[in-house]
Design a binder for this molecule. Structure first.
Ligand SMILES: [Zn+2]
Length: 800
């Protein structure tokens, strides 16, 4: 029960601040949390404006590629050559060019391997993999073998390889506005993707002796040269991804003639690589995919894929792809691939939504993958811009999830018996949406991944969460729900780094929350709690539109979100993106005030009740039985006026005085004086650090409730403790801060007033530890009973 404090209402109805009962004012503490980011952001210039839009001198260089590649399916090797035309749109003459040699990460002596830290635990021992994390890279020669670098005339160009970067020295500087063409030949052994933990590679299927290849980071490609970094030639250490520039690609991929290929871009020669029946099916898939229940068309059927698995190739085939305005190129190939397709309408244009997967991916993939691709393109397009590419593939192989322009590699494989857990199904939904979604960030909104993981992963994980909920409102979209980032935010400051950290410096065991869910959750909080959906959605779309096919920096994002919404968010970027402090609000106490009535009927009745309470002492209660024996009771001559005087009786004079008082009030003042309004002073603390909006639920004594919201700027004069008066006509019985868990408060124990007693649960009997595998669910039980003799019911599956 709260303490009630009566306030005197003067003639002016002002609450005097001199009330003795009022808590002392919190100590004033100046804070800079609401100062502008100022010098923390780069100075705006003619490349990038103060509004967050590209400036009048914004430029980006470009590289066009003509690549011929051949897969050796017996040795798992790629041999290839490329002609590159590089266009210098900067105003600087370039004496050399930098290219990325990502495959060199797989040389055991690459920095990415030698700087891995490890240790030996004397008690538990160490596995060979722990002693030598690069062991899987020593069974073959990995990394690029560059066999030729020459200019357009065929003359050798001087080049220097520094780990994963190659500098080509130009005979004459490349002048602004000019282009240069050159050619490179190379080959490399493809890594076993799973044993190396790579973003591309092969998987061998021992049951049928075939391979699935998911090939990426497979050709020497230009680094970005821009106004923000000059050359972005920061080494590839394995964690920080890729910084790339746009260009047009023509790629001819030669594979065994029983393989099916999917790649970034549009297939140019379907009639040369598909059978007549497959071509017919391809055509029949056109314009399908807008109606619910429209199933993908199988261009290569499971039966055809299984027949190919058992046969041998009789020659080679070359699949030719073209991709315009892409920043990268990847492909997948296997004789095991089933291929299905839809061609839904996305923003007024037909786009191929397609999947490639071996039979091991069914039944999940046949049912879900291509539908998810179509859903992703529609959902993301609504929130950003219409998907500009003609194709989007989802491919199943060894890679858990990795994105490239128009093609993504996704895991989520059912068990060998075809059953799958709910986790596997949810993983398929989220990973396909996520990796296809990466087409928008960073494939089109082309941020610098080597430096800023959050700019693509965070923004993409945010849109992924929204798309998952549009797919199924019950989907556990934990990557954007504030309460699920709490365990990460609870880590002390030595166990995390700010979101605004260079990708390779993000602590490996917190890479997921730092680069994905913390920024994604922060955006969801902006949308739901700080800005509101309408302002947020408009600004986010504006950022996407401004930087489509361009390369934004963090400042461009921060500035655009404010520029387009009119909401000052510098405090939010500081707290969530530049800092490691958590959110922890505390409702210290609530003081209850009511205006003191001047009505003598009320005031005297209250005074009488108070006097009676004071008089009801324990001695008086015990003496009650003998009170007739008192002197005054037994001798009436000992009584006078005061023995019957009632000081709490309302007199005519009291009534007149009250009427005189009322006559001085306006009607509004009269209402306030007599309405019995409750005034509550909330004492709040910001214990965590990040100032956030104050959201408080009031539960009233009549069982109803109401939520009051105050913007984060309520903390601008004092970021440690504040007070706020809330007026209600009904009495509040319970106060709860952040009732919908929307600000990621890391400690909600101090969010209720009066405090709520929560029982600590204990086990009455000690449960057996390590209960073993989870019992199969009905889907798995049904499958097991079909394929194996029924087993006796498991006894004592609970505890014994
Ligand atoms: Zn991602």
């Amino acid at each position: 029960m709260q303490k009630i404090i009566l306030l005197a209402i003067g003639v002016s109805i002002g609450f005097t601040t001199a009330q003795a009962q009022a808590p002392s004012a919190p100590t004033q503490k100046a804070n800079t949390r609401f100062e502008q980011l100022g010098p923390m952001l780069p100075t705006p210039n003619t490349f990038r404006t103060a509004s967050g839009a590209p400036g009048k001198d914004y430029f980006q260089n470009r590289a066009d590629y003509d690549i011929k590649a051949e897969l050796d399916d017996t040795k798992q090797r790629i041999t290839a050559s490329e002609n590159i035309t590089y266009q210098n749109n900067s105003s600087d003459a370039l004496r050399y060019l930098w290219l990325q040699l990502d495959q060199n990460l797989f040389k055991p002596d690459a920095d990415g391997n030698t700087t891995e830290t490890n240790s030996i635990n004397a008690e538990r021992g160490a596995s060979p993999g722990q002693l030598d994390p690069s062991a899987a890279l020593r069974n073959k020669e990995y990394g690029y073998t560059i066999t030729s670098v020459r200019d357009a005339a065929g003359k050798a160009l001087k080049y220097t390889i520094n780990q994963t970067m190659m500098r080509i020295d130009l005979p004459t500087p490349l002048a602004p506005g000019k282009s240069v063409s050159f050619a490179i030949d190379w080959n490399f052994n493809i890594v076993d993707a799973k044993s190396v933990g790579a973003r591309s590679g092969y998987e061998f299927f021992p049951k049928d002796g075939n391979y699935v290849y998911e090939i990426a980071q497979w050709f020497p490609r230009l680094c970005a040269y821009d106004d923000a970094n000059g050359w972005q030639n920061k080494q590839f250490l394995g964690q920080g991804e890729f910084t790339l520039i746009f260009g047009n690609y023509k790629v001819a991929i030669t594979v065994p003639n029983d393989h099916v290929v999917g790649a970034s871009g549009e297939l140019q020669n379907p009639s040369q690589v598909l059978t007549a029946a497959q071509l017919t099916r391809w055509n029949s898939a056109k314009a399908k995919g807008d109606k619910p229940g429209e199933n993908p068309v199988q261009i290569v059927t499971p039966a055809e894929a299984e027949a190919a698995e058992k046969a041998k190739p009789t020659g080679k085939k070359t699949w030719i792809y073209k991709a315009n305005n892409v920043r990268d190129f990847a492909f997948a190939t296997s004789r095991k691939f089933i291929w299905d397709a839809l061609q839904p309408n996305v923003g007024g244009k037909r786009v191929w939504a397609m999947s490639l997967y071996p039979k091991e991916a069914n039944p999940l993939w046949g049912q879900y993958s291509t539908r998810l691709v179509a859903h992703t393109l529609r959902s993301y397009s609504r929130r950003t811009f219409d998907y500009p590419y003609p194709v989007a593939y989802s491919v199943h192989g060894p890679i858990g999830g990795m994105e490239y322009p128009m093609i993504s590699f996704n895991g989520a494989r059912p068990l060998a018996d075809g059953t799958y857990s709910q986790g596997t199904k949810n993983f398929l939904i989220s990973v396909v949406i996520h990796e296809v979604g990466h087409n928008f960030f960073p494939m089109i909104v082309n941020s610098d991944e080597r430096q800023w993981s959050w700019m693509d992963e965070g923004l993409n994980s945010f849109l992924e969460g929204l798309a998952c909920l549009e797919w199924d409102p019950d989907f556990p979209a934990r990557g954007i729900e504030p309460q699920y980032i709490v365990p990460y935010m609870q880590l002390d400051s030595t166990q995390q780094v700010p979101i605004m950290s260079s990708s390779d410096n993000i602590l490996p065991n917190t890479f997921g929350p730092n680069a994905y869910s913390k920024p994604a959750t922060a955006l969801n909080i902006l949308r739901e709690t700080v800005m509101g959906r309408e302002l947020f959605d408009y600004a986010f779309k504006e950022y996407s539109r401004r930087w489509m096919f361009k390369s934004p920096t963090p400042a461009d994002f921060f500035r655009t979100m404010e520029d387009a919404s009119g909401v000052d968010l510098d405090w939010f970027w500081k707290g969530w993106f530049y800092g490691v402090q958590p959110v922890d609000q505390s409702l210290v106490k609530v003081d209850w005030f009511q205006p003191a009535s001047q009505n003598p009927e009320v005031t005297k009745a209250e005074a009488r009740a108070a006097a009676q309470r004071r008089a009801n002492t324990i001695s008086k209660q015990r003496d009650a039985a003998t009170k007739d024996q008192s002197v005054v009771a037994q001798d009436s001559t000992m009584k006078d006026f005061y023995n019957s005087y009632d000081p709490y009786a309302v007199t005519d004079e009291d009534k007149k005085k009250y009427q005189d008082y009322l006559a001085t009030l306006t009607p509004d003042e009269r209402k306030l004086a007599e309405a019995g309004t409750n005034f509550y002073t909330l004492s709040l603390k910001n214990k965590g650090g990040i100032p956030m909006p104050v959201i408080i639920r009031m539960q009233f004594e009549d069982g109803t409730d109401s939520v009051a919201r105050f913007p984060a700027e309520i903390w601008r004069f004092n970021d440690v403790q504040i007070r706020k008066v809330v007026a209600t006509s009904k009495k509040v019985t319970q106060w709860t801060l952040d009732p919908y868990r929307e600000i990621a408060d890391i400690n909600t124990d101090d969010n209720s007033f009066p405090a709520l007693a929560e029982p600590s649960r204990f086990q009455l009997f000690k449960q057996q530890r390590g209960g073993g595998a989870t019992a199969p669910n009905p889907m798995q039980q049904q499958r097991q009973s079909q394929s194996t003799p029924p087993r006796p019911a498991v006894q004592g599956s609970g505890r014994n």
